[in-house]
Design a protein around this ligand. Structure first.
Ligand SMILES: [Zn+2]
Length: 248
């Protein structure tokens, strides 16, 4: 190989080396671009995922708020006279009523008697020892209302349910056992107030009959539609006179 040829060879080698270097440089640049692209994609996926979770959580929170029912509470009871019985074994044992889970409606079964007479009858049982009987409230024919037992104590009215219910006796004008209009109005108001006070729904309002199948309150056992109407009247009362409270 002469001088000329060697020079040519060297120049050729140099051009090749330069091309290879340029190729490697290009390759590295491409690799860097790919890495950056991949990283960018990964960041986008993470952000998109985070946004999606936020959206779902937001929707859930919104749904919960929308589904939270607004409960209405009747704040004021009907006017009533407190005439607590003397603590005695037969009508006011003084036993604590731990938790109220229901309200039981009764009728007095003695037409024409007043709320006062029925309250005094319960009081008299402490002396006569005739039977075990009482009620937290007695609703009179004129719509009058007497409380005989504190709501924190049990009454002797509803057998197995004495331990967790409030008892209401209703006086009756005649043998049919149908409540007078005035009694009915007081009873509806009293039930509506007690439901709010003890956070109960309308299914917690029951008849003595629903506990023992006793014919009590007579008219409302013989006429289940009248009983349903009474419960409906309580719901309407709450809806009309209750104040809104979130049911948390
Ligand atoms: Zn009864």
């Amino acid at each position: 190989m002469n001088e000329e040829e060697r020079k040519e060879q060297t120049e050729y080698e140099q051009r090749r080396a330069a091309r290879r270097a340029a190729r490697i440089k290009r390759h590295r640049r491409q690799m860097r671009m790919k890495c950056l692209l991949a990283l960018g994609c990964a960041v986008l996926v993470v952000i998109a995922g985070w946004q999606a979770v936020r959206l779902i959580k937001g929707r859930k929170a919104e749904t919960v708020i929308k589904e939270t029912p607004i409960k209405k509470i009747v704040q004021t009871p009907p006017e009533y006279d407190v005439q607590l019985l003397t603590v005695n074994e037969y009508s006011r044992p003084g036993t604590a009523l731990e938790k109220v889970t229901g309200i039981v409606v009764h009728y007095t079964a003695n037409p024409g008697t007043t709320a006062q007479q029925n309250r005094d009858y319960f009081e008299g049982l402490g002396l006569s020892k005739a039977t075990y009987a009482s009620s937290h409230f007695v609703v009179g024919i004129e719509g009058e209302l007497i409380q005989c037992i504190p709501c924190k104590e049990i009454a002797y009215a509803s057998n197995d349910r004495n331990k967790d219910t409030i008892a209401i006796e209703c006086c009756i004008p005649d043998e049919t056992g149908k409540f007078s209009e005035a009694s009915y109005q007081t009873l509806v108001h009293l039930l509506a107030w007690l439901m709010g006070r003890y956070d109960l729904d309308i299914d917690a309002v029951i008849r003595h009959y629903d506990v023992t199948e006793k014919l009590c309150p007579k008219y409302y056992v013989e006429h289940p539609d009248a009983w349903d109407a009474l419960k409906e009247a309580v719901c309407t009362y709450i809806d009309t006179y209750g104040t809104e409270t979130p049911d948390l």
